[in-house]
Ligand binder design. Structure first.
Ligand SMILES: Cc1cc2nc3c(=O)[nH]c(=O)nc-3n(C[C@H](O)[C@H](O)[C@H](O)COP(=O)(O)OP(=O)(O)OC[C@H]3O[C@@H](n4cnc5c(N)ncnc54)[C@H](O)[C@@H]3O)c2cc1C
Length: 311
């Protein structure tokens, strides 16, 4: 039985690994189904991580993180975890390849995945004008016109956020009613910089070698329109990667929010002692690298304390 298992090797998992091993835990394994680094490795630019003043791409930014952890003794195994089972003296990790590993405690950092809208050109121009994060990429469009796609809370909140930075925001939604909270919609309607483009779908993201140049839309009544913008922010939902916490009865081994995020307290403890959840996976996550890293540190420090008191 190992002391601590960390699931997911994004900013949260790697920081948990750093703090756990540097804090003296000897038998810590981080399981990552792909290459360590997490979602941010798909980004071409990160410029809001404190202390890193040079804009860098996600892969270069994350490369030293694993290096730093392994120096303190973190073991990294490229394995996909299928589920975590609670056993009497800890937890049992079941892997996709059929193998198992017992651990005294577990920090889960499996992150999330923004959904794509499935529009022509969306994948081609992803990271070159198509974004799923206004906090991350809004600043690159300072003083410019952008489009936001979606009708939920995130779309409205992000449109309002972008209206503070950009000269104009086209809010494109396929219906004329919103799923978002009515007061947020009201605030957006009062914002002079937001133009509501309703009953409309984006047929194609247009672009050239420099990136996105515009969008081709069609309205429910058959009319079409072209909007020239260098950026489109797609907010059509987010998949929280919470499968590893499923139990055998269609529920979860710990308490979750209705949206599928893990309920945690300020120590990142879940409702199950010895189990922590960090980063994009947890409730109310700001979905930023710096916050995920902070969560990982908080959980690892608490795991050290837990192991001291319980094992
Ligand atoms: C395109 C893009 C641009 C972004 N730009 C910025 C930015 O500029 N600034 C910023 O602060 N944030 C940015 N973000 C958000 C940021 O990347 C996330 O908030 C952050 O990565 C969350 O960290 P995490 O560790 O919680 O999860 P993730 O980064 O999602 O890492 C989770 C890891 O767990 C692994 N995993 C999942 N399931 C399993 C399993 N079953 N078994 C084993 N491993 C598993 C995944 O492979 C992944 O590596 C951006 C995100 C995207 C997609």
């Amino acid at each position: 039985m190992i002391d601590l298992a960390i699931i997911g090797g994004g900013p949260a998992g790697l920081t948990a690994g750093l703090y756990a091993t540097r804090g003296g835990l000897k038998n810590v394994i981080m399981y990552e189904k792909g290459m360590p680094g997490g979602q941010i490795t798909s980004s071409s630019e990160i410029e809001n991580y404190p202390g890193i003043s040079v804009v860098t791409d996600g892969i270069s930014f994350m490369a030293p993180w694993s290096e730093q952890c392994t120096r303190f003794g973190l073991k990294i195994e490229m394995k996909s975890v299928e589920r975590v089972e609670k056993i009497s003296n800890g937890f049992c990790l079941h892997f996709e390849d059929g193998s198992k590993q017992e651990a005294k405690c577990v920090i889960v950092c499996t992150g999330s995945k923004p959904r794509r809208a499935g529009i022509k050109g969306e994948n081609e121009f992803f990271g070159r004008g198509v974004s799923t994060c206004a906090t991350c990429d809004g600043f690159f469009y300072k003083g410019k016109e952008v489009a936001v796609l979606g009708g939920g809370n995130t779309a409205i909140e992000e449109a309002l956020y972008l209206s503070e930075i950009c000269s104009k925001v086209y809010l494109i939604h396929r219906r004329d009613e919103f799923r978002a909270a009515p007061n947020s919609v009201e605030r957006a309607k009062k914002c002079e910089k937001i133009e509501f483009v309703l009953n409309a779908v984006v047929d194609e993201v247009l672009g050239d070698s420099s990136g996105v140049t515009g969008l081709r839309l069609s309205y429910k009544d058959g009319k079409t329109r072209q909007i020239e913008v260098p950026g489109i922010f797609v907010f059509v939902g987010l998949d929280v990667l919470n499968n590893v916490l499923s139990d055998n009865n269609g529920g979860f081994i710990c308490e979750m929010t209705p949206q599928g995020n893990v309920k945690v307290n300020l120590k990142m403890q879940t409702s199950l002692p010895g189990l922590w959840a960090c980063g994009d996976l947890r409730q109310d996550a700001p979905k930023q690298v710096v916050c995920a890293a902070g969560d990982g540190a908080v959980a690892a420090l608490d795991a050290i304390e837990y192991l001291r008191n319980h094992h």
